[in-house]
Ligand binder design. Structure first.
Ligand code: HEC
Length: 115
């Protein structure tokens, strides 16, 4: 009886340690990915698949580099991926424009890295 209780206890401790570890091979989110999630961009943008908004890999392929995407974030250039649907993106664009330079940079890095 005592033995069973000990086994049960050890099992719980080992199981607890195991579950608290990140799953093997899971990559930790980059700062840009965290901002992307926090701001709710994930609702409309998936890395690979078009949902409401274009897939991140499509945006990355269209922009090609971080500087060009930053110019869009700052409002210096207009939409080029699906300009005919730019209205949907409008309220978020205003939000992005107000972000700090660092956060805009992190977001751009994350999106461009999705190619
Ligand atoms: C309600 C849905 C929705 C949300 C939320 C959203 N987007 Fe979009 N996004 C769109 C749609 C639709 C387009 C296509 C229109 C366009 O290209 O302007 C788009 C286009 C874009 C583009 C390409 C712009 C271009 O040059 O055409 C970028 C970059 C982008 N989104 C980034 C973001 C980021 C970053 C966030 C979070 C702050 C975000 N989106 C949140 C719907 C959304």
């Amino acid at each position: 009886m005592m033995m069973r209780i000990i086994f049960l206890f050890v099992g719980m401790v080992v199981g607890g340690i195991f579950l608290s570890q990140p799953v093997m091979g899971e990559k930790t989110a980059s700062p840009g990915e965290k901002i992307f999630t926090e701001l709710g961009c994930v609702e409309c943008h998936h890395p690979e698949v078009k949902i409401n908004g274009p897939a991140l890999k499509t945006i990355a392929a269209t922009y090609g580099d971080i500087k060009r995407l930053l110019a869009y974030f700052k409002g210096d250039t207009g939409p080029i991926v699906e300009p005919e649907r730019a209205r949907t993106m409008m309220p978020r664009r205003r939000k992005i424009k107000k972000l700090s330079e660092d956060r805009q940079q992190a977001l751009a890095e994350y999106i461009i890295s999705s190619r």
